[in-house]
Design a protein around this ligand. Structure first.
Ligand SMILES: Nc1ncnc2c1ncn2[C@@H]1O[C@H](COP(=O)(O)OP(=O)(O)OP(=O)(O)O)[C@@H](O)[C@H]1O
Ligand SMILES: [Mg+2]
Length: 354
């Protein structure tokens, strides 16, 4: 039994209806997806997260019928995908673009011609296609790379080309299958920011398939957790991650960012103090969710006064310097006092009741 999303999606653009997919070969069958029902709202940035082999890629390929479901259906903008003729299906796929982990660019074509390619297929005149591709490439920040070849670009730049190409035929939906998994954390952040801008500017609904919780917390508004081919739970990101109700959800949230066991004790300590200006929210938990990286609580001396935390904590922050700086900024913005400590002894020597 899946746990059903509490709040109804008012304007569903994709309705997944009791979808199952079984792969059969001579000697065995794999039930990749089993009875998935889910709504994705118009304008959502919808995350689909799960472990390797959970069925995420199969699900996303069923959304545009690159993979035909064994049973159930997908309704896109009110139209049943399983009732479309081959020609209607081809047209529908122009409305559902896709980007991948491996970028899938045409290596023998330059950047501009890569983006022109889908426009050529839909019969847009050459001059018009080049104008549009040039505009899209400027939008993704590659206005100066039109004549470069994919091999001359970084991974982040190649994914930007793939995004511009995906936008060429003005889709309503963009599917992203592990689109940032081959990129470093900084480039991942930049590509996710670009997707967010595209979502806001063009109103495109984005479906993001990922195994990384930090990707979901960075840009998604809703999330579904897929576990072993089944929908474990779905809902608003903040709700699912701060209060996971399924076993798969709990596993995912608790393991976010991996183990802290190898961290050197005494490094990267900060003291935070909750003041009367501190915001009303579980601030440390929310910070861990936002950055997708755990912190160690070395000492907590807080009281709950009228629902608001008072007192102080000593936290050990992650090794990554940029991440530490961002976490401190996050805490300060929420009205907490933040002080660097050189050691726990430093804290104990200067300990004051407050
Ligand atoms: N074409 C296929 N033929 C047979 N089995 C398949 C096929 N495609 C996927 N599967 C199986 O279906 C299951 C789900 O695979 P899928 O690729 O959807 O997982 P995933 O969640 O995307 O994993 P990953 O995070 O590793 O990409 C796996 O057991 C896989 O082996
Ligand atoms: Mg996959």
């Amino acid at each position: 039994m899946s746990i059903i999303d509490k709040d109804e999606i008012l304007d569903s653009i994709i309705h997944i209806d009791h979808l199952s997919k079984t792969f059969s070969s001579k000697d065995h069958t794999v039930e990749a997806l089993s009875d998935i029902s889910l709504d994705i709202g118009k304008g959502d940035i919808f995350g689909i997260i799960g472990m390797s082999g959970a069925g995420k890629s199969t699900l996303v390929r069923c959304l545009n019928f690159l993979e035909k479901p064994s049973s159930g259906d997908v309704i896109v903008k009110g139209r049943s995908m399983s009732h479309l003729s081959p020609k209607e299906l081809r047209l529908q796929r122009h409305d559902i673009a896709m980007i991948f982990q491996s970028f899938n660019l045409l290596q023998q074509r330059n950047v501009l011609d890569n983006v022109c390619f889908p426009l050529e297929i839909t019969g847009v005149p050459k001059k018009q296609a080049r104008l549009k591709a040039t505009r899209l490439l400027a939008e993704v920040g590659l206005g100066d790379k039109l004549k470069s070849y994919p091999s001359q670009l970084s991974g982040g730049q190649q994914q930007r080309v793939a995004i511009a190409r995906a936008l060429a035929n003005d889709p309503s939906i963009l599917l992203c299958d592990e689109a940032t998994s081959a990129l470093d954390p900084k480039t991942t952040g930049e590509v996710l920011q670009l997707l967010k801008e595209i979502n806001e500017k063009h109103g495109i609904t984005i479906v993001i398939i990922t195994h990384a919780m930090s990707v979901v917390t960075q840009i998604c508004n809703r999330v579904a957790i897929i576990d072993n081919g089944r929908l474990a739970e779905s809902g608003k990101v903040q709700e699912v991650f701060s209060n996971p109700r399924s076993e798969a959800g709990m596993r995912l949230v608790l393991s976010a960012g991996g183990s802290t066991a190898e961290r050197v004790p005494g490094e990267h300590l900060i003291r935070i103090a909750f003041t009367s200006n501190s915001s009303y929210e579980p601030v440390v938990a929310n910070m861990v969710l936002k950055f997708g990286s755990p912190v160690n609580i070395m000492r907590a001396d807080t009281r709950d006064i009228g629902g608001i935390a008072r007192g102080q904590m000593v936290l050990q922050l992650p090794d990554d310097e940029e991440l530490r700086a961002n976490m401190k900024k996050y805490l300060i913005e929420r009205g907490l006092e933040v002080q660097d400590l050189s050691s726990m002894k430093d804290f104990e020597d200067n300990y004051e009741e407050n």
